[in-house]
Design a protein around this ligand. Structure first.
Ligand SMILES: O=C(O)C(=O)CS(=O)(=O)O
Length: 169
């Protein structure tokens, strides 16, 4: 198991069965695991705001939704998060590849990196920075469970160095 496998296992433990995604290089393996899983309906989308709307509909249809995205897409999602997801209390597990953090090589990733937590704070959306892959499976499951009972979206932030860390076997 590596740092991606434990996130995937947490999604399975949580019973997440509907996932939308906008790709990021750091999510490549997770996207493949999700796409190959017959128990998960995977919908790749072109913009994160579209994905949040689809997750809302899936939840109303009885599914347990998550979105896999890069933090840069949070900028595309402010209105849908405020005016639909938060307003009508949709639980969504938000798995974020947090780019622009230590080790980032792409300058264009820096502005949204600094804005990410401020945007979540302004929207009153809880977020958890996950640094230790050994805790990821439990955190992913518990975060969905908390999102579900509190009827709200909750984000997990995985920075650039997270994906380089190993899991204690
Ligand atoms: O591939 C990605 O994850 C990107 O966002 C493009 S780049 O910022 O890595 O160039």
């Amino acid at each position: 198991m590596d740092s991606t496998d434990v996130i995937y296992q947490g999604l399975k433990d949580a019973g997440i069965n509907f996932i939308v995604s906008v790709p990021c290089a750091n999510l490549k393996k997770l996207l493949n695991l999700v796409d190959e899983d017959p128990e998960i309906k995977h919908i790749p989308v072109t913009r994160e705001e579209e994905g949040f709307g689809i997750c809302a509909g899936a939840y109303m249809g009885g599914m347990k939704p998550a979105i896999l995205m890069q933090n840069s897409g949070l900028g595309n999602s402010v209105n849908v998060l405020a005016s639909l997801i938060k307003l009508y209390n949709f639980p969504i597990l938000i798995i974020i590849s947090h780019r622009g953090t230590l080790g980032e090589g792409v300058y264009g990733q820096v502005p949204m990196s600094k804005a990410t937590t401020k945007v979540f704070d302004s929207l009153d959306i809880r977020y958890i920075k996950v640094d230790n892959p050994n805790e990821s499976e439990k955190i992913v499951k518990q975060t969905w469970d908390l999102a579900y009972i509190s009827e709200e979206p909750i984000a997990l932030l995985f920075d650039i160095n997270y994906w380089k860390r190993s899991v204690d076997e």
